[in-house]
Write a protein that binds this ligand. Structure first.
Ligand code: NOJ
Ligand code: MG
Length: 571
């Protein structure tokens, strides 16, 4: 009993200190598009190194970097031909060490993208597997075809690749089909082969030894497929054509039970690595577009721990330009409801696979949404350019590079191509937006770069960037780290939220997502007992910073505010 009491006292005195990653903002760098140091029009590692100052100035200490490994770039680095080499246009392993040293000097952590589901067809393992070289025969998922009634060879089942078209490709030499859940140039590794699992652990160990702080793990749901290779049923989506991924309901190719076991095993591997070295946590952030129950299970099953973070994509997948404040509230609370309390939340509104948030949700809502991501508890994620409110660029069919866009063809590419969200970072108003000194860039720079760029936003008295910087500062306040969250939609246009910690200042978030002025009434929160002070606003808001307001005040179209309330005084 006494022991327990002592423990309480210790916790009360010192609080439960959070681990380094638990309140971080992770900044996603898409290396091809961040900074080009040598003028070939493609971003590179030295470019990132030279621009780390920006990340630091923004207030960020943690990044995750899309793949930089040797690759034929069919899927822009998600097709890896050597996991321990760097893609030559990005640099060398020594350049990476240079980048990593500079990052360490600035106190910035680097998280690598780990792509274990598949390799490039150019990877040595696949080449050896094609020839059935001993030890590599079963590195990939090889299956015999079947003969149809006319004697034609057919793939073993009806599975479709995520990029469209069948998921099986026949190899004449080997006389079998191999599985690819993405492009035919990205054969799936056979995760049921212990040698593959060992090889993948060796890859993680290689980068951990170089000093990375963890991994963003790609395409988790695709690790295992039904061992009986059963056909998948048709979806009810009438718009889907037989070669569309959405034509089938992927009950046999996504989120199979073994996937969870593997993630839990990798967590143990990372924890052991830390224990055996410096006791600093190496984190795992998993990428899974899955339903809420499947998503949170990647965090752990109650007994075993899994990913430190599984990206919360629901703000991205469940909301659109027509969403109401009720939809926002529902989506936020859906996450909070299903995530077991011991885990750390995270909030994502953009990445290299989805149109940019300002283009998806409306440019006038950029500040309100950045403020929301930073206001919610746990980890925030920023896709490069979100801090300055970059929008999708225009990419013509002739300039299209994304394999999804190319597979869709000239008529349909615009709806699906991911090139638009991957255009070069807009540093300033000089040639190529300051991204490259070259004559051309791998994707065109967005046409708005003369006015929308970091330099202009630094010079302006108010800008998305300046708000972003202040948000990062705000997150350091205890209430923002430890406070309770309450979300309330006051009507269909007004979204509000409260961060509340007894004895501390409270913070209120107010966002008018609509086009008309709204009278906001915060009396709906019993926790708010005092006047409020505006501490942060969207660009050009009608109530300036420092304004004192009562619980009722007007909020103009698309305006967003964060207000501070002093702790309640007891009489
Ligand atoms: C998810 C990545 O984010 C995406 O860019 C890639 O195409 C697929 N996984 C395949 O690796
Ligand atoms: Mg370059």
């Amino acid at each position: 009993m006494i022991g327990v009491k002592c423990l309480f006292v210790v916790i009360a005195l010192y609080g439960v200190s959070a681990d380094w990653w638990e309140h971080e903002v992770f900044y996603q760098i898409y290396p091809r598009s961040f900074a080009d140091s040598d003028g070939d029009g493609v971003g590179d590692l030295i470019g990132i190194k030279q621009r780390l100052g920006h990340i630091k100035d923004a207030g960020i200490n943690s990044t995750w970097i899309s793949p930089i490994f040797k690759s034929p770039m069919v899927d822009f680095g998600y097709d890896i031909s050597d996991f321990t080499q760097i893609y030559s246009e990005f640099g060398t392993v020594d350049d990476f060490k240079e980048l990593s040293d500079e990052a360490a000097r600035l106190g910035i952590r680097l998280i690598m993208d780990f792509v274990p589901n598949h390799t490039s067809d150019q990877h040595e393992w696949f080449q050896l597997s094609l020839n059935r070289t001993e030890g590599y025969e079963d590195f990939y998922v090889w299956v015999n075809g079947t003969l149809d009634s006319e004697g034609n060879l057919q793939p073993p089942n009806n599975w479709i690749s995520n990029f469209g078209n069948g998921a099986w490709t026949y190899d004449e030499g080997r006389g079998q089909f191999y599985l690819h859940q993405f492009s035919p140039k990205q054969p799936d590794l056979n995760m049921r082969n212990p040698k593959v699992l060992q090889a993948l652990k060796d890859v993680m160990k290689f980068w951990l030894d170089i000093g990375v702080s963890g991994f963003r793990v790609d395409a988790i749901p695709f690790f295992y497929e039904d061992i009986e290779l059963r056909d998948e049923p048709r979806t009810y989506d009438p718009t889907a054509t037989p070669n569309d991924y959405k034509y089938l309901n992927h009950i046999y190719t996504l989120n199979q039970p073994e996937t969870y076991d593997l993630i839990y095993e990798w967590r143990e591997f990372l924890d052991n690595y830390s224990r055996e070295t410096d006791n600093v946590t190496r984190i795992m952030m998993t990428e899974a577009y899955a339903d809420i129950q499947e998503t949170v299970l990647y965090y752990g099953d109650g007994e075993r721990k899994g990913a430190h973070l599984t990206f919360n994509f629901f703000l991205l997948t469940d909301l659109n330009i027509n969403s109401t404040a009720y939809d926002f509230m529902f989506t936020i609370n859906k996450w909070i409801s299903y995530l077991p309390v011991q885990y750390v939340s995270n909030w994502v509104v953009g990445n290299h696979d989805n149109p940019r948030v300002g283009s998806r949700m409306g440019a006038e809502r950029i500040d309100g949404i950045n403020m929301l991501v930073m206001f919610l508890p746990g980890v925030g994620v920023t896709y490069y350019g979100e801090e300055i409110g970059m929008l999708d660029g225009y990419v013509s069919w002739e300039d299209t590079k994304d394999p999804i866009g190319l597979t869709a063809g000239p008529q349909k590419y615009q709806a699906v191509s991911r090139d638009i969200e991957r255009t070069p970072f807009q540093w300033d108003d000089s040639k190529n937006a300051g991204f490259s000194k070259g004559n051309s860039t791998w994707l065109p720079v967005a046409s708005n770069y003369k006015t929308l760029n970091l330099k202009a936003e630094k010079e302006a008295s108010q800008s998305h960037y300046k708000i972003y910087q202040q948000l990062i500062e705000l997150r350091k306040i205890t209430t923002m780290k430890e406070g309770e969250l309450i979300v309330k939609a006051l009507n269909k246009n007004v979204l509000t939220a409260l961060r509340y910690l007894p004895g501390h200042e409270s913070y209120v978030y107010v966002f008018n997502i609509g086009a008309n002025t709204e009278l906001v009434d915060l009396s709906h929160y019993v926790e708010i007992q005092n006047q409020l002070e505006v501490v942060l606003t969207s660009v050009d808001a009608s109530l300036p910073k420092g304004t004192q307001v009562s619980k009722q005040f007007n909020v103009g179209p698309y305006e967003a505010y964060i207000l501070e309330v002093s702790p309640a005084t007891t009489a």
